[in-house]
Design a protein around this ligand. Structure first.
Ligand SMILES: [Zn+2]
Length: 88
C-alpha cells in the first residue's frame, strides 16, 4: 500500500503508475488524481486554443503556406516529399 500525495488515501500499488525515476518506483499521485488533473488541464487549455485557431487565423496560415508554396521551389519539394511519405 502507498499513500497518494494528493487525496491522501491509502491505495494498493496497482493504483499508481510505475515510474522508475521515483524512489519507490511509483508516482506520488494515484491514477484517479492524475486523471482528474489531466481533465482540469484540458478544460483550462481548451478555451485558449479555441480562440487561437479562429477561422480567420486558419485562413491566413493557409494563405501564407500557399504563397510560400508558389514562391519557394525548395519549400515546394519539401511539401511534395512529405506528401509522398504520407500517401504511401
Ligand atoms: Zn489520489
Amino acid at each position: 500500500m502507498k499513500q497518494c500525495n494528493k487525496c491522501k488515501r491509502m491505495l494498493p500499488y496497482s493504483s499508481f503508475t510505475k515510474e522508475s525515476q521515483y524512489r519507490d518506483g511509483y508516482r506520488t499521485r494515484c491514477r484517479a488524481c492524475r486523471a482528474a488533473e489531466d481533465r482540469e488541464r484540458m478544460a483550462r487549455n481548451k478555451p485558449a486554443s479555441a480562440t487561437f485557431f479562429t477561422p480567420e487565423i486558419r485562413a491566413s496560415v493557409l494563405a501564407n503556406t500557399m504563397a510560400r508554396y508558389q514562391a519557394d521551389p525548395e519549400y515546394r519539394s519539401y511539401i511534395k516529399d512529405i506528401e509522398g511519405k504520407v500517401n504511401k
